[in-house]
Design a protein around this ligand. Structure first.
Ligand SMILES: [Ca+2]
Ligand SMILES: [Ca+2]
Ligand SMILES: [Ca+2]
Ligand SMILES: [Ca+2]
Length: 479
C-alpha cells in the first residue's frame, strides 16, 4: 500500500469579507436534516440552473451569467468581474445546521488572472456567492486567495463533490482549488491543489484543510511545469487532479493525474499517480500528450469503484498530431488503486464517430450524461474541422458511434471556423442537472455560446449566444 504522503497544510493567510446581509431562516422540520436540493439548483426551486463563465479574451473584463429556473419563470442574472473571472465554476455547500439552507448551493467562481495586491500579477482569487431570493441577485459571501505569488493562477480549476437529485448532505463540502502556475521550492509551475471548507457563520471563515504538491515521495522532486491543478474532478469520495505538463518518463508535457481519497484519516492510502506509463494503462507517455488536461469522475457505475475519464488532447494518433484520446479507468473507492485494466479510445476506435485528424484535440473536455437508464461518457473535440470550417468543434459519446457538430440535425446554429464547440462541458448527472451543457466559446468571433442539451431521446436543444464580442461566453459551464 502506498504511504500517505501528504504535506499537511499550515493554515495560510486568507482574506475574508463579511457576509452581506445574510438573513437567518428559521429551521423547519422538513429541512432539519440538510441540503435536499441538488448542487446545480442555486435558487432552490427544485429545478437545475445553468452557470456560464465569460472570462473575456485579450484582457477584456470577465463575468458569470446564471440562468435560474426561478419556479418556471426563467430569470437570468450576471455577475461582472475582472479579466479571467469565470474561468472556472462550481457549486459548494456550507451547510452546518438547520437554518443554513441558503448556503446549500453557493456559486463558486475562479478568477485566476487577477490579484487583490498591486505588487502581484495573476496570483488568482476565488469568490463565493449565495442567491438572495429577496434581493433577486447573487450576493458576495467571501473572496479568498493564497499567500502572494505572481502567476500562481489560484482558481484556474475548481471542484467539489456535487449533490445529485434525491441526495441529501448535511456537512460543508470540500472545495478543491487548483493553482497550476504555483512554484514549489522555486521550481516553476509545479502547480498545487489546496482544499478548503467554508463555515456557515455570518462572517464566514475559509478553512484550508490540506495542500497537495509534488515531491518526495509522490515523485522524486517537484517537477518543473507539471501544472498540477490544471484540471480537477471530485466524486465518489475521490479527487482527481490533472497535471498535463508532468514529464512522465522525462517527456515534457506527457502528463499525469493524481487520484486521492477524500478524508482526514492519516492512515488512508496515499494518492495514485496515473499516467500512460502506469501498468494497466494503454499507450505510451510521449512529449506533449497532455494526459490530464481534462478529468471527470463518475461514481458507482461498478460497485466499489469510481470511473475516471482522462483527456489527452495532445495525443498523436498515427501521424495525426494532437488528434487526442481519452482514457477510461476504474479506480477502487477503498484504496484509490487502478481496478482492472484501463482502456483508451480515440475517434478511430470502434464505436466512435469521426476520424482522428491533426489538431482535433479530442479529450480537451470530458463529462458524463444520462440517456435512459444508461450513463454515457461525453467527450469534446474543439479542434474538429467540419468541412472547410477549421476548429468548428464536435462532441460525442463513447461507444455509441454518435457525435454532433453545429451542422448536425437538431443542433441549433452553424458550424463555423473557430467555434470550438466542446471546449467545455458540464451538466453531469452528479450535479442534479438533466441536460448536458456544451460550451462553444468561439461562436461569433469569440462572443461565445452554450448548447443546452443534445438532440437525443427526442429532446430539442437550445443554443444561447453571449452578448459581447470577444467575451468567450461558455469558456466554462456548470456546475
Ligand atoms: Ca433552480
Ligand atoms: Ca501517448
Ligand atoms: Ca476528427
Ligand atoms: Ca457556430
Amino acid at each position: 500500500m502506498r504511504r500517505r504522503r501528504r504535506i499537511l497544510g499550515a493554515i495560510t493567510a486568507i482574506a475574508t469579507l463579511a457576509t452581506i446581509g445574510m438573513t437567518g431562516q428559521a429551521p423547519t422540520a422538513e429541512s432539519a436534516s440538510g441540503c435536499r436540493t441538488p448542487s446545480s439548483d442555486f435558487d432552490a426551486d427544485g429545478a437545475p440552473d445553468v452557470a456560464v463563465g465569460i472570462p473575456g479574451r485579450s484582457g477584456k473584463p470577465g463575468a458569470v451569467q446564471v440562468r435560474l429556473s426561478n419556479k418556471g419563470k426563467p430569470h437570468t442574472t450576471t455577475i461582472a468581474g475582472p479579466h479571467g473571472f469565470g474561468t472556472a465554476l462550481t457549486s459548494l455547500s456550507s451547510y452546518e445546521a438547520p437554518g443554513d439552507e441558503a448556503l446549500c448551493s453557493q456559486l463558486v467562481v475562479g478568477s485566476p488572472e487577477e490579484s487583490t495586491r498591486t505588487d502581484l500579477r495573476r496570483s488568482g482569487v476565488v469568490y463565493t456567492y449565495y442567491w438572495s431570493s429577496s434581493a433577486k441577485r447573487f450576493a458576495l459571501r467571501n473572496l479568498f486567495e493564497q499567500p502572494g505569488e505572481s502567476g500562481a493562477r489560484f482558481g484556474a480549476a475548481l471542484a467539489t463533490e456535487q449533490r445529485g437529485a434525491g441526495q441529501v448532505t448535511s456537512r460543508p463540502g470540500t472545495l478543491y482549488v487548483g493553482s497550476p502556475g504555483r512554484d514549489i521550492d522555486g521550481i516553476p509551475d509545479t502547480g498545487q491543489v489546496t482544499s478548503f471548507w467554508i463555515d456557515a457563520d455570518e462572517d464566514p471563515d475559509v478553512h484550508d484543510t490540506h495542500i497537495t504538491w509534488l515531491g518526495e515521495p509522490v515523485t522524486d522532486a517537484p517537477e518543473s511545469r507539471a501544472a498540477l491543478g490544471s484540471s480537477l474532478a471530485a466524486a465518489g469520495g475521490q479527487i482527481a487532479m490533472g497535471m498535463p505538463g508532468f514529464p512522465t518518463r522525462g517527456r515534457a508535457g506527457a502528463g499525469a493525474v493524481l487520484v486521492d481519497i477524500v478524508g482526514t484519516d492519516p492512515d488512508r492510502p496515499g494518492p495514485l499517480l496515473l499516467s500512460q506509463d502506469t501498468d494497466g494503462v494503454p499507450g505510451t507517455a510521449e512529449k506533449g500528450d497532455r494526459f490530464g488536461a481534462a478529468v471527470h469522475l463518475v461514481p458507482g457505475s461498478t460497485p466499489g469503484t469510481t470511473t475516471l475519464l482522462v483527456g489527452s488532447p495532445g495525443e498523436d494518433v498515427g501521424s495525426a498530431v494532437d488528434a487526442g484520446a481519452v482514457t477510461i479507468a476504474r479506480i477502487s473507492s477503498a484504496t484509490a488503486d487502478l481496478s482492472g485494466k484501463a482502456r483508451t479510445v480515440n475517434q478511430n476506435s470502434a464505436g466512435m464517430a469521426g476520424t482522428s485528424e491533426r489538431g482535433d484535440q479530442f479529450g480537451a473536455a470530458v463529462s458524463s450524461m444520462r440517456s435512459g437508464s444508461r450513463t454515457l461518457f461525453l467527450v469534446g473535440a474543439p479542434g474538429e474541422d467540419v468541412g472547410k470550417k477549421r476548429d468548428a468543434g464536435m462532441v460525442q459519446t463513447i461507444g455509441t458511434g454518435k457525435g454532433w457538430t453545429q451542422n448536425s440535425k437538431g443542433v441549433p446554429g452553424h458550424a463555423e471556423t473557430g467555434d470550438r464547440m466542446g471546449a467545455s462541458l458540464g451538466g453531469s448527472v452528479a450535479t442534479g442537472a438533466t441536460r448536458s451543457l456544451i460550451g462553444v466559446p468561439g461562436e461569433n468571433k469569440n462572443t461565445g455560446g452554450v448548447l443546452i442539451g443534445l438532440p437525443i431521446d427526442r429532446y430539442r436543444p437550445t443554443f444561447v449566444v453571449g452578448k459581447s464580442a470577444g467575451a468567450r461566453y461558455g469558456f466554462s459551464v456548470g456546475p
